[in-house]
Write a protein that binds this ligand. Sequence first.
Ligand SMILES: Nc1ncnc2c1ncn2[C@@H]1O[C@H](COP(=O)(O)OP(=O)(O)OP(=O)(O)O)[C@@H](O)[C@H]1O
Ligand SMILES: [Mg+2]
Length: 537
Amino acid sequence: MLDEQEKSMQADSPLLDRQTEFLLHWAMEAVPVPIMIVDATATFRCWNRACERMLGIGAEHVLRRSIEEREGFNVHALWLDYLRWVFYDDRKSIQAHFENAQPVKSVPGAWQATIQLPCGDDIRDVELYAAPIRNGSGEFLGVFQTIRDLRERKKLIDQLLHAQKMETLGTLVAGVAHEINNPVNLLLYNIPLFEKLWQDVLPVLAGRVLPGETHRYAGLPVAFLQENMPALLSDMKFAVERIARIVSGLKSYSRFGDPSEKKPFSLNEAVENALRLAQTTIRGRRIVSRVELADDLPPLVGSLHSIEQVVLNLIVNAVQAIDHSQGRIDIRTDVRSDGYMVLTVADNGKGIDPSIAPRIFDPFVTDKQDKGGTGLGLSVSYNIVRAHGGTVRFRSQPSAGTMFQVLFPVGERKPIRRILVVDDDPLIRDLLSDVLISNRSCTVEEAASGIEACIRLGAFHPDLLVIDLFMPEMNGLEVCRIIRNDPEFRELRILVITGHSSHASLDEIRRMQRTDVLFKPFDIQEFLKKVDKILSE
Ligand SMILES: Nc1ncnc2c1ncn2[C@@H]1O[C@H](COP(=O)(O)OP(=O)(O)OP(=O)(O)O)[C@@H](O)[C@H]1O
Ligand SMILES: [Mg+2]
């Protein structure tokens, strides 16, 4: 049975009007899912931008070509076979050729299969879905097809497994740490006793050895013991202290959900205490530290001692990351207008190794094995901060430095804003994103072109679009026109950035609603002020 909407569409207008056609075309281009449509004459009629990106084949190589063509057709043959069989509803062939092909019960004639498909330079596991398109009278109009990259699903499953593993590890670690603690303490107390005892016993042992005699204790000559025993004992002490450090880290790791104290304290006090402990190390490495503590911080509730440990971990990591003689560490606290109290620890060290960056909050992830690092510092810190209702984030650039921020919500919390930054120049894009992330509570995504911006808009739904005016392919003005003509993005605010103060397209932009312009060069405070003003309107 035809639904009402379909009936009225057929009765009113057999052909789409230009505006509907434009909207459909735009939707196809903007949707981040590959979509292709083959009409009843077996000719490709739609090959959207997501298809181009995923398969690395431009629409110009496919549109108006037939799925029957084999020679010189730039589309993978296996996939074309699949499409051909769905097209002719050739059930046996589909199932014989694509082992895991399954009819989709809810849609008559639709098929789903998982295959390996070349995507650009890659071969990926993808899920193909194809369904016949029929009009109200059941007449066959063509085939609709979409492809899903299974890597995303695999990534989510991996993340879930990882989270479960971490939870199990936490429980295991708590048990092991508890068991090891007592024997380690025993060694820790007794080894210094043996060191003292050795100093008292040595002269007695030496006195019992007559001149010219080589008396041995435990098979070792007294002279050897005299020379090496202090070093042996001190090595033992060093090793036990290291075990104790690891056990203490493990205990903190497993205790993260339950900060033992719940007293009000000042974040500044935690920073000052941690700094006192770290001062000797900072000075010893000739690092310049700059500390700016806001004097209007509201109190935090929890454990002062735990937050001190967080600050100390961040400072020690910063010191250890500085591998040159011009070291600088900036430590700052402030309360932001968006309802967060923030501690920032920034260094100009070597930056976080990109190969471990996604895992640095996991336990035992370290690049300092040979220097005694346990890889527990950040994971303990993260869990402490989470237990205080806060969060930790970082931004790092190889060879330039790293900035860690710890955020605690205070008072009325404003919503986290979503901002899409679009510029074809990666330096400007990164700079603006950095500035926004470090100074405002917002999630930032980046796009390198107008087309990418259009594609991201649908999935990211930003509150603000910051866009460069002049970019190749689709410029800022074209993107603004599309947005302002689309009811879905009526509320989206736009900040256009340009270095040309008198270009013709600016008049059109100025006439648009919820759209502002900022001229380059601008300073960062000016940019932030503009962003605040736009977002508060
Ligand atoms: N400021 C920083 N600059 C560069 N890399 C960093 C920085 N902070 C952390 N890292 C990286 O993250 C890893 C994990 O840090 P974490 O504090 O958890 O462990 P660790 O410092 O290696 O060992 P531990 O803290 O137990 O002594 C570090 O080994 C280092 O590679
Ligand atoms: Mg550390």
